[in-house]
Design a protein around this ligand. Structure first.
Ligand code: 13P
Length: 257
């Protein structure tokens, strides 16, 4: 596994105009970085169509932040995999902690969405993470194993080849988040890798494991060097194009990717 996945979830921030301007700049930056960095961006639904036009001729992947599992139906306010496939997105982010926390998204619902995405050849980027209580009660690994096992229920090894996992400890995400120690991240990623191998044998070794949660200019390099970290999923530190560019160029120079 030699690709390193670097991407950003814009959450509910950029408008269409802001997203388009950012993507135009990122497109020129992406021409200067090696193909071993797999770039991806995850805009709001409203910006997907215009941004798809900008990413079509590039190696950049485009993702959406959420979807329903049904193709169509009476689900006001939802968007379906069929609709997202029509746009031509590559990735779907599922189970972000903000969706779990504010919209009551469960592992069972995420599992349905994973199957629905794979049905449309959209790669699920499945987010898991323990909250502060669970960490303090020393049940982080149990929590993560349960999340993984339920979210990935019913997946064959063939299907598992198409997924990505993002480990994002809830206590590390966002303005109030505290960046995790690299040693903690290394230990958890090692555990997640063994759980994936337990579930999918040799395929488990190839599933990209991304890290996210207050990744910033001070810590991104340290995280990116960890053995079982195959990418970074960045929020705030990648929303400003100059900050994102600095991360990308430094990775290229320091890791020789
Ligand atoms: P921050 O990098 O802003 O903590 O957000 C990370 C995140 O939630 C990525 O999905």
């Amino acid at each position: 596994m030699n690709k390193i996945w670097i991407g950003t979830n814009w959450k509910m921030t950029k408008t269409i105009a802001e997203g388009v301007a950012f993507t135009k700049e990122l497109r020129s930056i992406s021409e200067a970085i090696p193909s071993s960095i797999q770039l991806f961006i995850i805009p709001s639904h409203t910006a997907l169509v215009p941004i798809k036009e900008l990413t079509t001729e590039t190696d950049m992947y485009l993702g959406a932040q959420n979807m329903h599992w049904e193709d169509s139906g009476a689900y006001t306010g939802e968007i379906s995999p069929r609709m997202l496939a029509e746009i031509g997105i590559d990735l779907i982010e599922l189970g972000h902690s903000e969706r779990r926390q504010y919209f009551n998204e469960t592992d069972v619902a995420i599992n349905k969405k994973v199957h629905a995405a794979l049905n449309y050849s959209i790669k699920p980027l499945i987010c898991i993470g323990e909250n502060l209580d669970q960490k303090e009660q020393l049940i982080s690994k149990e929590t993560l194993a349960a999340q993984l096992k339920v979210c990935l229920q019913g997946l064959s090894k063939e299907m598992a080849k198409e997924i990505l996992i993002a480990y994002e400890p809830v206590w590390a995400i966002g303005d109030q988040g505290v960046p995790a120690d690299a040693a903690y991240v290394a230990d958890i990623h090692h555990f997640l890798r063994s759980t994936l191998v337990e579930l999918f044998e040799e395929v488990g070794l190839t599933i990209p494991l991304l890290y996210g949660g207050s990744v910033n200019q001070e810590n991104f390099l340290e995280y990116s060097k960890l053995e079982n970290v195959n990418g970074l999923f960045i929020g705030r530190a990648a929303w400003d194009i100059e900050s994102f560019q600095k991360i990308l160029y430094t990775l290229e120079a320091k890791l020789g990717v």
